[in-house]
Write a protein of this length. Structure first.
Lengths: 151, 366
């Protein structure tokens, strides 16, 4: 019997302690800066190097590049960029390899929708997802020159 | 005399006490189990086969999803295998971060086990306390690597992130708090007469049997055999820390509980020591080639995960992808003893014995 009473003592002690639960979703839940949420894509920075597509373990990035309208710019510029959030596992590898930090993580995590089609996010949507962007991003320091590649 | 008939009962795959999607087909005679057959595979995703088409960095997020209660150990066993093959040198600071995260994850995993196990056998409040403390560890991990369960933290040659500012202090605070909390748990559960009656002498097996069934982890140590891979063949920097390997005496469910709780205390010790000797500065990712081409050959490495011996067998043909990758998952191996343990048992003990093995279905089915 004694063990039971001792245990009950702890329960009573906890009764007067403050609550530990969060009021999510009524109050937003803040995530630490490194949190891996839905990506923010910056089309101007992308050099169409395809590294993010190649590293993605679930093959959920689709991109196409085109010749730039500006004749002074060598190399390609991004035309379309899509991430399929049905299969993206937010693993962080695309942002890790991107040499120009064109694709970065944000702290947004709410993806639930009523339709599967809503989970295909295109370039426009991704480039507008520009709040709560993660500050630290890649392991690699930024390269000095971006854009122009040797022919 | 009443004439009784055997009945076929299907437990699971959707059943809260199977901790995932395990199905057990039991033949019962009244209240007594005559035969039990676990049916697995409901969560099979073919990780090992998928890995053959992925390079080594890409496999790491897949390992997160095997034993999702302690993803750090899964991360580690894979990078450890690749590092062994490549004979890489790991920076000191990375090793310390690895040990700290591995041990914190062990604590989190045992807390989940403790909470859900007591829930299985009918006690609600320990579950809430355990999850409250585990939440603190998950928050620490969230801050460190940006996710609460699927860490994707280890990299071949080190770890992805260095500890953020103030993180180590937070870990220290957690250790101090957790040491006090352990007393609370003992107060709440260890001496509880109902719990003792429910678990003492239930699900007993001998040491020989445990060895025959290749059990590992607490399931083996509960029979009194002191086998812990962190001591037996120390990997990472475990040889630098002082800790004991708790063992049981009776091989029953109550000893399993004691073993795991003592392991939490040992883990707290290890983290404390690691924090005390944490290198001031240094890299967290060693020098690794951009494309990881593992030389032709094969290797097997194993580590002590919270559930037992977690092994990784890697066969490489010199490409940047494995030719064959095999994980020795402790949950899968430990589950094999279940039909034997259940035979002749009371039906009410099924959930208690199954819970005692501590399986994670993501790992059983892989
Ligand atoms: S986070 Fe991972 S899964 Fe998602 S797009 Fe990036 S690489 Fe692919
Ligand atoms: S890795 Fe970065 S720069 Fe290269 S294609 Fe992807 S988003 Fe563009």
């Amino acid at each position: 019997m004694f063990g039971l009473v001792k245990g009950l003592g702890l329960t009573l002690k906890n009764m007067v302690k403050p609550r530990v639960t969060y009021k999510y979703p009524h109050e937003p839940l803040e995530m630490p800066n490194r949190f891996r949420g839905i990506q923010y894509f910056i089309p101007e920075l992308c050099i169409v190097c395809n590294q993010c597509v190649r590293i993605c373990p679930t093959d959920c990035i689709t991109l196409t590049g085109k010749k730039s309208d500006d004749p002074n710019v060598k190399g390609k510029v991004i035309d379309t960029y899509e991430i399929n959030f049905e299969i993206c596992i937010l693993c962080d590898l695309c942002t890790e390899v991107c040499p120009t930090e064109a694709v970065v993580m944000t702290n947004h995590y709410e993806l639930a929708t009523y339709s599967r089609d809503d989970l295909y996010k295109d370039m426009e949507w991704l480039s507008q997802n520009n709040t709560l962007v993660r500050k630290e991003n890649t392991l690699h320091p930024l390269p000095k020159k971006t854009g122009a590649k040797k022919a | 005399m009443l004439r009784t008939e055997e009945m076929l009962l299907n437990v699971g795959p959707q059943h809260p006490s199977t901790h995932g999607v395990l199905r057990i087909v039991v033949k019962i005679d009244g209240e007594v189990i005559r035969e039990a057959t676990p049916v697995i595979g409901y969560l099979h995703r073919g990780t090992e086969k998928l890995a053959e088409d992925l390079n080594y960095t890409q496999i790491i997020p897949y390992t997160d999803r095997m034993d999702y209660v302690s993803a750090m150990s899964n991360n580690y066993v894979l990078v450890h295998a690749v590092e062994t093959m490549l004979k890489l040198e790991i920076p000191e600071r990375a090793e310390y971060l690895r040990v700290i995260t591995l041990e914190l994850n062990r604590i989190a995993s045992h807390l989940v086990w403790m909470g859900t196990y007591l829930l299985d056998i009918g006690a609600l409040s320990p579950f809430l306390y355990a999850f409250q403390d585990r939440e603190k560890i998950l928050d620490l991990f969230n801050e460190l690597c940006g996710a609460r369960l699927t860490y994707n933290y280890m990299r071949v040659g080190g770890v992805k992130w260095d500890a953020p500012n103030g993180w180590l202090q937070k870990v220290e605070q957690f250790i101090t708090m957790m040491e006090k909390r352990m007393k609370d748990y003992h107060q709440l559960i260890t001496g509880n007469e109902i719990f003792i009656q429910r678990t003492r002498g239930v699900g007993v097996y001998s040491q020989e049997m445990a060895i025959q069934y290749a059990l590992s982890g607490a399931n083996l140590r509960v029979t009194g055999l002191q086998r812990d891979l962190r001591k037996e063949h120390p990997y990472s920097i475990y040889d630098r820390f002082q800790f004991d390997v708790p063992v049981g005496r009776h091989g029953d469910l109550y000893d399993k509980y004691l073993c795991r709780m003592n392991e939490v205390e040992e883990s707290l010790k290890i983290v404390g020591q690691a924090l005390a000797s944490f290198p001031e500065k240094g890299r967290v990712l060693g020098k690794v080639p951009r494309v990881l081409r593992v030389p032709e050959g094969e290797c097997y490495v194993s580590i002590e995960s919270p559930r037992g011996e977690l092994g990784c067998y890697l066969v490489s043909k010199g490409k940047d992808k494995p030719w064959r990758l095999k994980f020795r998952r402790p949950s899968f191996c430990n589950l094999q003893i279940l039909p034997v343990l259940l035979r002749g048992e009371n039906m009410a003990n099924l959930v208690a014995i199954l819970g005692g093995i501590d399986i994670v279905l993501g790992e059983v089915d892989c």
